[in-house]
Design a protein around this ligand. Structure first.
Ligand code: SF4
Length: 628
């Protein structure tokens, strides 16, 4: 019999936590869960942990939801410990792609897993979505399996995998799950639960927005393929180049990236299909963004904001970072080519109301560790709060991947007023002593509001503000879809003036990406020289990581800009990537041997020695190089 989605929800497990063991389930007198969530992260009952957010959301809709975190993947014992759920099992690798979580840009194993107790590595398998999915298939034969989370979302079509240096097929085919939920999954997860609960078989759920499924036989997808188009503007179904085509041809891979990004950037994005051999992957249109009321309801769910008590005394590093922070929005219309937020959270910013944010600030007071200092009031980009296109019809038809690049769209509403009001209200809230903004800000937006820069500098910076020029070369910045360097410099001046006016000594900390497609030894040397001339010693430098599905990753793999199809320089060798990063550490003696090598590669030995422009001293002799 179908259970009503509106029945009263009882809190189960240790007070306020979702059940994680059979004993916790029994304590509540429940024989069976409706939905089981399996995640690669430790269980932290906090809205910043995606699988937990979905679990709490389904619970609020009346379903009994349990959670198995970081199961042993060598047997089915852990995933089976709460028994077979009635409706489905939801599988997620956790908050990060499992390969990115494990390996660095140099393909070395990371020493710490930020999402595990004690930061312990090795508690989740490589390609966790695939492994957990197959495990659940063994444990619960015939039960619907639904993939979700960032790893599944960003590997939903054929994609380049940096860690194996291969084009892989859609993760849904490898995981052999029934459905894949992409993007922010609340609406899709709820519709799946509702329809399964009403008795529909999983095979009938082919039309849920924000999900993908596989058609296994050509006779199932051929009629659809005949109605599709691989052109940008025609047909209701977009046919992406096939998996075989994008493996074979870099031009096809670049074209796939362009088509996919355009549809993903649209409010009314169309369905897409991609043929993989005899099978076809079908991506339904994305879920609609949440309204402010829906966002508020999500953050009002009864999160304990704590790790599960079973981890004590171990700490979970990612939780320690965010435990006193508050998210005010999701989504980003920046469209930076190295970032996948647009492909996952969407280009349309969804904001919470001021009342909702203030309620969450009050709830921080229940934490023993909280001393009235809010470490971040932010989101993917802190200063996009309540910003959107001012023309709904234009917004509905728009397929631009960025509202800010190549220049800020004249239709974009850039009023910082609501954000300034929120910042003021937050720091005047009872029990709040300080409110910092630690999330990234867009300087091209910020420079439109001197009042915002003054407010930020006067009240919300704790001595240093990290801001991303990312690079200094105009060509590289264009490929990154970042504003020109002059924009950063104007912001830096405005920030310095505002800090002086507030009688505060505080600094910008610029951060950079080296090895981004388009960047070479020559332009990175120029960047190092410019920084030296400004007396700046960068400490936040990231070696570019080609993460699945980003536009910059497509550039890295194909050597082409997907938008223009023009060739792009790519540093592919790990050694080259290491040397490029070292160039921005010219001031660090431990990097001097690498810097000298990089300068030789750039043909700039004039910068080795003692002259006024020299970046590094000459080597003191053979055999003193830095080991790599
Ligand atoms: S602001 Fe401009 S780029 Fe952004 S959705 Fe509106 S029309 Fe498109």
């Amino acid at each position: 019999m179908s259970r009503s989605a509106s029945r009263t929800v009882r809190s189960i497990g240790p007070p306020g936590f979702l059940p994680t063991t059979a004993e916790e389930l029994r304590q509540q007198g429940y024989a069976q869960l409706d939905v089981l969530i399996v995640t690669g992260d430790a269980y932290v009952d906090h809205p910043a942990f995606g699988p937990v957010l979905i679990a709490r959301f389904l619970e609020s809709k009346g379903y009994r939801v349990g959670l198995v975190a970081q199961p042993d993947w060598r047997s089915i014992r852990d995933v089976s410990r709460l028994g077979r759920p009635r409706l489905f099992v939801g599988v997620s690798a956790g908050n990060l792609d499992s390969m990115l979580n494990k390996l660095t840009a140099q393909r070395k194993v990371r020493s710490e897993d930020q999402f595990s107790p004690g930061g312990r590595p090795g508690l989740r398998p490589n390609r966790a979505s695939v492994v957990y999915s197959n495990l659940c298939r063994q444990a619960f034969p015939g039960l619907p399996i639904v993939l979700g989370g960032i790893e599944a979302s960003l590997r939903r079509i054929a994609h380049y995998d940096y860690w194996s240096d291969q084009v892989r097929r859609s993760i849904l085919l490898d995981a052999k799950a029934d459905l894949l939920v992409f993007g922010m999954g609340e609406r899709a997860a709820w519709e799946i639960a509702r329809r399964l609960d009403a008795g529909e078989p999983i095979g009938a759920l082919r039309d849920v927005p924000g999900t993908a499924h596989v058609l296994n036989r050509p006779e199932q997808w051929q009629p659809l393929a005949e109605t599709a188009s691989s052109e940008l503007r025609s047909a209701a179904l977009v046919l992406l180049p096939s998996y075989e085509a994008v493996v074979r041809s870099k031009v096809d891979f670049a074209h796939m990236t362009r088509l996919f990004e355009r549809e993903t950037s649209a409010l009314d994005g169309r369905r897409m299909m991609q043929i993989h051999g005899q099978q076809a992957l079908v991506l339904n249109a994305p879920s609609k963004p949440l309204s402010e009321a829906e966002m508020d309801a999500l953050y009002a769910l009864p999160f304990r904001r704590l790790p599960h008590p079973s981890y004590a005394p171990s700490r979970i590093p990612a939780y320690e970072t965010i435990k006193h922070s508050v998210v005010i929005l999701r989504g980003c219309f920046g469209g930076c080519s190295f970032c996948s937020i647009g492909a996952h959270e969407g280009r349309f910013v969804q904001s919470r109301s001021e009342a909702s944010v203030l309620a969450e600030l009050r709830s921080l007071g229940r934490l023993e560790s909280y001393r009235g200092v809010v470490t971040d009031l932010g989101g993917p980009t802190a200063n996009m709060y309540r910003m959107r296109c001012r023309e709904p019809r234009a917004e509905a038809a728009c397929r631009r991947p960025s509202c800010l690049f190549p220049k800020t769209c004249s239709r974009l509403g850039t009023d910082h007023g609501p954000l300034i009001a929120l910042m003021r209200a937050a720091r005047s809230a009872p029990g709040v002593k300080r409110v910092f903004v630690a999330s990234g800000i867009r300087v091209d937006l910020a420079e439109r509001s001197p009042e915002y820069v003054q407010e930020l500098a006067r009240h919300h910076v704790g001595g240093q503000l990290s801001v991303a020029p990312e690079h200094g070369d105009a060509g590289v910045l264009r490929l990154m879809r970042k504003p020109e360097l002059g924009c950063y410099e104007r912001f830096a001046r405005a920030f310095a003036e505002a800090s002086t006016a507030a009688n505060k000594e505080q600094y910008l900390v610029p951060y950079f990406i080296t090895g981004h497609p388009g960047s070479s030894f020559e332009d990175t040397v120029e960047l190092a020289l410019a920084l030296k001339a400004h007396n700046l010693r960068p400490r936040e430098v990231q070696d570019f990581i080609p993460t699945p599905l980003s536009v910059a990753t497509a550039m890295y793999h194909t050597g082409l800009d997907p938008t223009t199809r023009k060739p792009v320089t790519v540093a592919r060798e790990l050694r080259d990537k290491r040397l490029l990063k070292a160039l921005l550490y010219w001031w660090d003696p431990s990097q001097h041997a690498r810097v000298r090598e990089a300068l030789r590669r750039a043909g700039r030995t004039d910068l080795i020695g003692t002259g006024p422009r020299a970046l590094v001293p000459a080597s003191k002799g053979p055999g003193r190089g830095t080991r790599s």
